[in-house]
Structure formats: structure tokens, C-alpha cells
Design a protein around this ligand. Structure first.
Ligand SMILES: [Zn+2]
Length: 493
């Protein structure tokens, strides 16, 4: 096969349209778990070795002897809508980068698939449309998508092919980039047909874990069906907290034989529809959790994990609500490690006071200008500063693997037997390195209260005695039937 010149760019955001905090241009420019906005050749170093689609795509392309033409790449932590300024600025960078190129053989984009801007509901579809209209109808434009993409008809129409992750926790992000490159090689020069079906319901985030049934075996089936039937076969369970027309799960693929492809898509779809009742939500109230903690204390070395899903910053949460923590403190639950709370003011005060100091402090409920979460107030208490950190460390778990985290000043704060990790930037508590950075070894605690829905399972699952998904306050509503949708087309109750 002749070598290709492939333009590579990325613009990733998962938008919770019900969340109070928008994603601003500054959020895309700043590094967090993943690199900040990069443009041109620095993209190659910025993503190298990280579990990111662009990294996998670039490695696979280089292995095949292809040339990478780096464009702009950026991401921001999930939140409310992307501001018009941020969307238009980044989209224009990508368009300008592409316009400056000659003799491209293909374009690859590292997208999420559930981006909603202030002025555009189908952020990814509109971006693909603009790029398609620039490069013309013939050039292959391929994109990788997150597992939580809300795939639209426009996205399918404008891209030559879309290739999505198959795991949640997303341990296969780099591998999906590799699959996208292999898909590009297969579709190049061939006639491609596509097929899509959309099951008529939403799947709660915490029921989308692929480490457990029914999705574990459904995704085995997707992988099995792909080879004989399709260049690429995908199932995106969707991101439910998005009030856009095409919110929800999709099964879609690309191939050369229409009937065979349609059959494969149909079989997977029927299987998903048959499993509807198995996706039912299982959550615990804060009172349920307190009862469970006193009824069945965790054995030492095997903590009980409380997944504070509704304030998971990976789903648009603020990483700052406090109701669960207040309950654990008031009940004097022992050996609790909680985090990661985003509160730059508390982290700053802890750094001023120094390690070992005991200070009156307000922790949490730090919402910036966004209005916050109703009823949530800071924890007002005397805290001892147990450890301090600069927020720079490398992630070690399978999900954030290789990420060079930059979470700003961090602190480990102690009140009673409750230890709280505070950071200056929002990031989902999905890697033990986020706690070890401050000398806290998660397995040595009895209860871990984590601001995460599912991603924590990749790194914390092996040490957990039990996992309880908690319905504590936060904008990442666990039960989609409670969301006040107005635009969604599919039934959701
Ligand atoms: Zn995702």
C-alpha cells in the first residue's frame, strides 16, 4: 500500500447540557489529565505514550510508513455547553491548519461525539460538516469517538467512517486510534456503505460499565461480528445527560457488503434491546450508604468504594459537592479517604498554612461563577494539613495511563478520621496516583468516596471489597428519567 500523508487533529468535549459550568476557551487551552491545546509538530510529543486515540492513531500510522501532518488538538474536562467563543476559535484553528496543507491523502480527527456548544447542538457533526466542505467529498475523513458519543445522522453523513471505544472504563482509547488507522487503510479507495440503528431508550451511565454484564458480552459480540461483516462495527451506549435531538445509544458500522453489514448491526441492536431491563439503575441514597457502612464494615486492605456519580467531573459534575462527605464526617465513619474535591481556595489556604498546621477552613462547594448546585455549602471545620503537592504527577492506572497530570496546588486535609484530597483543577478520581501524590495509599483506608461514575473501576476495582453507587447531589443525574429533556427524540422514561 502506498504511504499516505494524513492530517491529525482533535477537539474533545463531553457536554452535560444540564451542568452549570460551561467549557471555556481557557479550559481547552489548559492542561489537566491530558495535554493543553497543542498546534503543529508539538502535538506528537504532547500525546506520545498516553492512552489517547490520537496517540494510538499516530503510532499505528508511523508503523505503516505513513506521514503525519499535525494540526490542532485539545480537550476540556466534561462540563456544561462549550462556549461559542471556544467552539468557534478551535474549529477555526482546525480549518486554518487544514487550509494551509497541500496533498493530503486523509484527515483523522480525535473527537468525543457528545460535544454541544452554546449555539450548536451537534458540535461534532457541525465540525465534520465544516471540514468536509473544505476538503471536498472525496478525501477520507475518519474520526474516533468516545464510548459516550451521541452519534448523529450528520456525523455519519459528513465522516467517511467513525470508530468508537469499546470499553468503559475507557482503557482502549489508544487502541481505538489504532483501529481508526486500520479502518482508514481498509476504506481507502473502496466503496463504503454504512448502517446505523438506534435503540429506543437511554442507558444510565453507571449501567454502561463493560467490566460487568450485560455489556461485557455484548462488546465481545461486537468485536466478533466486526471481522467478517464490516470494516468497522461500533456500539456507542451514549451520554444521557445531553438534551439534544440525537441523544442516546447507537449501533453503526461500515463495510463493503450492505446486506451483511445491516445484518450485523441488526443482530447487535436486537441484543441490546433485549437487555433493556438489565440496564436498570442501582443506586444508594446517602442514608442507605451510612447503614451499609455500619452494617458491613470493609475488611482492612479491601475498602468499600462509594461512587459519588452525580458529581463526577467526568460527566459534567463540579467535583465540589459536599453532602456525602458531611454525612461521613458527622457519623464519624473511620478511615475515610475522599476526593478529588476541586477547591483552589482551600488548596491555596492549605499551602499558606503548611504541612502539620491545623486551620479553620471551608472545603468544597466551590463553584466559581456558575451558580453551583442547589443546597450545597462548604464543609466548615478544623482541618489538619496532612500533605501538600504541586499537582504534577504521572498517572499509573489503566485508564489515565501515562497522563502527565497538572491539577494545580493540591492538599490532603484531615478532620477526625476523614481525609480529603483537594485539587485546584477538576479531574475525575480514577487513578490511585491522584491520592499517592499526597502520600495516601487507597488500600489502607476502609471507605473511599470517589468523584467518579465508572472509570475508577479500572484502577480501584482490584482493591475494592464492594462498590456502592451513591445518589448524592450533583449535576450528573444518575437516572436519565429524572432529566427535564425538551429536545431529545427518543423515549427516555
Ligand atoms: Zn466517555
Amino acid at each position: 500500500m502506498t504511504a499516505m500523508r494524513i492530517a491529525v487533529g482533535g477537539f474533545q468535549h463531553e457536554t452535560n447540557t444540564f451542568a452549570p459550568q460551561p467549557a471555556t476557551l481557557a479550559d481547552f487551552i489548559a492542561p489537566d489529565a491530558w495535554p493543553g491545546l497543542t498546534r503543529g509538530p508539538e502535538l506528537l510529543d504532547a500525546v506520545r505514550g498516553i492512552n489517547l486515540p490520537a496517540a494510538g492513531f499516530i503510532d499505528e500510522a508511523h508503523a505503516g510508513g505513513h506521514t503525519i501532518v499535525p494540526l490542532t488538538w485539545c480537550s476540556a474536562t466534561p462540563s456544561g455547553r462549550v462556549t461559542r467563543e471556544a467552539y468557534e476559535h478551535v474549529a477555526q484553528l482546525l480549518i486554518d491548519d487544514l487550509r494551509a496543507q497541500r496533498h493530503l491523502d486523509a484527515v483523522y480527527l480525535d473527537l468525543h461525539g457528545a460535544m454541544v456548544a452554546e449555539h450548536i447542538d451537534d458540535g461534532d457533526g457541525e465540525l465534520l460538516r465544516r471540514i468536509r466542505s473544505l476538503v471536498g467529498p472525496e478525501l477520507p475523513v475518519i474520526a474516533s469517538l468516545d464510548f459516550h458519543a451521541n452519534v448523529s445522522e450528520q456525523m455519519l453523513e459528513q465522516a467517511s467512517a467513525l470508530v468508537a471505544y469499546r470499553t468503559y472504563p475507557h482503557v482502549d482509547m489508544a487502541a481505538t486510534g489504532e483501529r481508526a488507522m486500520r479502518c482508514l487503510a481498509r476504506i481507502r479507495g473502496n466503496a463504503v456503505v454504512r448502517s446505523m440503528r438506534q435503540p429506543p431508550f437511554l442507558i444510565p451511565l453507571t449501567s454502561q460499565c463493560t467490566l460487568i454484564e450485560p455489556l461485557a458480552s455484548i462488546f465481545e459480540e461486537v468485536a466478533r461480528e466486526e471481522n467478517p461483516s464490516a470494516y468497522s462495527l461500533n456500539f456507542t451506549p451514549g451520554f444521557p445527560a445531553a438534551d439534544v435531538a440525537e441523544c442516546g445509544p447507537s449501533i453503526f458500522g461500515y463495510g463493503s457488503e450492505p446486506a451483511r453489514l445491516a445484518d450485523a448491526v441488526e443482530r447487535i441492536t436486537e441484543r441490546v434491546i433485549q437487555c433493556e431491563h438489565e440496564f436498570a439503575l442501582e443506586v444508594f441514597s446517602i442514608d442507605d450508604v451510612l447503614r451499609e457502612v455500619s452494617r458491613a464494615p470493609a475488611p482492612r486492605g479491601r475498602p468499600l468504594i462509594l461512587a459519588d456519580t452525580q458529581d463526577n467531573p467526568g460527566g459534567g459534575g463540579t467535583a465540589s459537592t459536599t453532602s456525602l462527605l458531611k454525612a461521613l464526617i458527622e457519623r464519624r465513619v473511620s478511615r475515610v479517604l475522599a476526593g478529588v474535591i476541586c477547591d483552589p481556595q482551600a488548596a491555596g489556604r492549605a499551602h499558606e498554612a503548611g504541612i502539620g498546621a491545623t486551620i479553620e477552613l471551608e472545603v468544597g462547594a466551590f463553584f466559581g461563577d456558575s451558580g453551583g448546585v442547589a443546597g450545597e455549602t462548604p464543609i466548615r471545620d478544623r482541618f489538619t494539613v496532612a500533605a501538600l503537592g504541586d499537582g504534577r504527577f504521572v498517572a499509573t492506572g489503566p485508564f489515565y495511563l501515562g497522563s502527565r497530570m497538572e491539577l494545580g496546588p493540591m492538599a490532603l486535609l484531615r478532620t477526625g478520621d476523614v481525609f480529603i484530597v483537594v485539587a485546584s483543577r477538576k479531574q475525575q478520581a480514577a487513578d490511585q496516583a491522584m491520592f499517592r501524590h499526597l502520600g495516601a495509599e487507597p488500600a489502607e483506608f476502609s471507605v473511599l468516596a470517589l468523584k467518579s461514575s465508572v472509570h475508577f473501576r479500572a484502577d480501584f476495582g482490584p482493591i475494592a471489597s464492594r462498590v456502592l453507587v451513591v445518589e448524592a447531589p450533583g449535576p450528573n443525574t444518575a437516572d436519565p428519567s429524572k432529566l427535564p429533556f425538551t429536545k431529545i427524540r427518543r423515549p427516555h422514561r
